[in-house]
Design a protein around this ligand. Sequence first.
Ligand code: GRG
Length: 291
Amino acid sequence: MSADLLTRYGDGIEASLDRLFPMEACRQSAIFSACRYSLLDGGKRLRPALLMEFYRLCGGNPVDALPFACGLEMIHTYSLIHDDLPCMDDDDYRRGRLSNHKVYGEALATLAGDALLNRAFEVMLEQTAVPSERAVACARYIARCSGVYGMIGGQVQDLALEGKTASEEEQLEMIALKTGALLRAACVGGCLLAGADETAVARAEQYAQAVGLAFQIRDDLLDVIGDAKTLGKQTGSDAQKEKCTFVSLYGKEACEKKIDALTRAAVEAAGHFTDGQALIELACWLAGRDH
Ligand code: GRG
């Protein structure tokens, strides 16, 4: 069972990703194959669905947001490919299949991540359905959230914490960047693309912040209580790598309570949008997700 929002936008996102990153018969066809292996690989499509929904809630036609939604999913995919590399988390499996470098080798997997990142901004900036200032504002925000002030910054903090016990504050900041920034890019990016006012942007930020933290706490819990087959990757890997997680910081029961409180905060923020019901349902679904 999936959340209504993911079902509603899922097919459109899949078709657009396939169209925006087609297979090409050329001397470098291997890179197209490597990119498509991970891009069209059954992710939940959470970030693109959120971007499209916030765009709709702020008055836009969600179809017009597809290049930004897909660009953001390309960035997310690149981060997963690079995160699985031996020089990072060294994971052999992702979404129930061999990770990119196990199939294509480390060099091509590195290039596939780089190629997805470049193509992401190409598809966002070549769109024509949205006025260009809004398109630039959204693309710029996504770039900021993906880079040194966002996801990459969080990954660097994570590397620096390796082998150490993080304080709660260090852990929260690292996660707000590593996991939270791309979810913020989705929610706030959708609002900026629609030219929404500051109040809507602030509500979207509140929703993203609460959902992002709850999402990571659930992720940490799933590594302990989840089913490897449903998750599509090994469980117990955080403990094996002696990683500091919310489970190691708070314990399982307190994690459940924190997820509940954060979900209530997300529901409250979503309640400020007329017709924000699907956002509410998504936050509740994510709180109990099994993959
Ligand atoms: C290497 C540049 C670089 C960044 C790495 C995103 C990231 C930073 C690492 C991925 C590993 C990880 C635990 C990230 C936390 C966020 C998270 C749980 C990502 C998985 O997102 P889902 O569940 O994935 O939306 P699907 O498979 O559904 O697309």
